[in-house]
Design a protein around this ligand. Structure first.
Ligand code: SAM
Length: 356
């Protein structure tokens, strides 16, 4: 197994059979070895810095009906909200003072978020904070919409592919939502010059090790700048409420594998990882992740952006606790960077990152 890990590190890929072996048979010793190699690769690129993104969950209205998601259209119990642009700008200003240099606007596919409104919002954020990156995560839109948003100044776009296996995708989504369309969006975003983030849930219902290998193969083709992975966590008011959550162990294993396959990757230790384990994000960093995305949304709406049960939404994960999060990162030998945190090789407008 160690030989497989060494080969993955050297060659950045393995045949299907060996990837399957690694994903299903690695014992605790081998996992520790994998994480040590992943940390080495990550530190060679990023040092001991962890990039931060201020996450603003600006609307939980959604026209999609993903079977796993708490803000799906069909969930009548969801209490809906959307933030006014002024409030979003206030949260960006607060975030800037704390040290954030990337703002992620994430939301359901809200028909109110028209191109005109989103273009104005992106322009306003870029005008107020020209040294910051804006990331959008607002789902599937038309090529023209993506073009307008890019022109307005959006730098990055997160759109998890969710699963690269069409039959699996079809079990997680209604027929109107197709993998083909989601992937076409990702390719279009890439063509437009966004730093693109794909990704998937770990341990989603019906996911097999073959599905995970297909996910890794798709990522090899797409070559995204970022990959967001986190455990599936059931939400009580969704059709998949009865399925078990994905595990911390499997998510960490995949983070380690992803780091060895894609040394330059922006790889977040996600909120979902912090939800299934109190030190999940620290463990994620120690398995090869290099990004954290604390919540910058106003306190009163955080609970309403409920994608899954028990999402952490007070305390350490709150953006206000930058100092606490920094202390947690320092405790494991890392520090939060005051930096846009672009993909390596992409020129950042201004960097005020000091070195440890
Ligand atoms: N609407 C945008 C989109 O489709 O990309 C962004 C919002 S969507 C809620 C963000 C991500 O949340 C999804 O890509 C999905 O992977 C994740 N998510 C949704 N429900 C989840 C669950 N029950 N457990 C873990 N992650 C979940």
């Amino acid at each position: 197994m160690r030989e497989l890990i060494d080969r993955l590190k050297a060659e950045r890929t393995l045949p299907d059979r060996e990837l399957l072996l690694l994903l299903t048979q690695a014992g605790s010793r081998e996992r520790e070895y994998l994480f040590a190699q992943a940390r080495q690769v990550s530190q060679a690129r990023f040092g001991s810095w962890v990039y931060t993104r201020g996450l603003i969950e600006f609307t939980n209205y959604c026209r999609c009906d993903c079977y796993y998601c708490g803000i799906r259209r069909g969930n009548q119990k969801a209490s809906r909200y959307r933030l006014e642009p002024e409030e979003i700008l206030r949260r960006c200003a607060d975030g800037y003072r704390l040290g954030f240099r990337t703002f992620v606007l994430q939301g359901g596919e809200d028909p109110y978020a028209t191109d005109q409104r989103m273009v104005a919002l992106v322009q306003a954020i870029k005008a107020a904070h020209p040294d910051c990156a804006v990331t959008l995560s607002i789902g599937e839109r038309s090529p023209e919409s993506y073009r307008l948003l890019r022109q307005a100044g959006a730098d990055r776009y997160l759109l998890r592919h969710e699963t690269a296996t069409p039959s699996h995708y079809a079990r997680l989504h209604p027929p109107a939502q197709t993998l083909e369309h989601r992937m076409a969006c990702l390719w279009e975003l890439k063509r437009l010059g966004y730093q693109v983030g794909a990704g998937f849930m770990v341990g989603s219902p019906w996911q097999t090790a073959d599905c995970l290998v297909a996910d890794l193969r798709f990522l090899e083709k797409l070559q995204p700048a970022m990959v967001g992975i986190g455990p599936f966590i059931p939400h009580k008011d969704t059709p998949l409420a009865q399925f078990p959550a994905g595990t911390l162990e499997q998510t960490l294993l995949l983070l380690g594998v992803l780091r060895l396959m894609f040394p330059d990757l922006l790889l977040p230790a996600t909120t979902a990882l912090g939800t299934i384990s109190p030190d999940g994000r620290e463990q994620g960093i120690l398995a090869g992740a290099n990004v954290v995305m604390p919540n910058l949304s106003p306190q009163q709406v955080r609970k309403k952006y409920s994608l899954y049960d028990n999402k952490i939404c007070t305390g350490e994960e709150a953006a206000e606790s930058w100092a606490n999060l920094d202390a947690r990162m320092r405790a494991i030998g890392y520090r939060l960077a005051v930096d846009r945190g672009d993909s390596p090789g992409i020129h950042s407008v201004q960097t005020d990152m000091e070195h440890p």
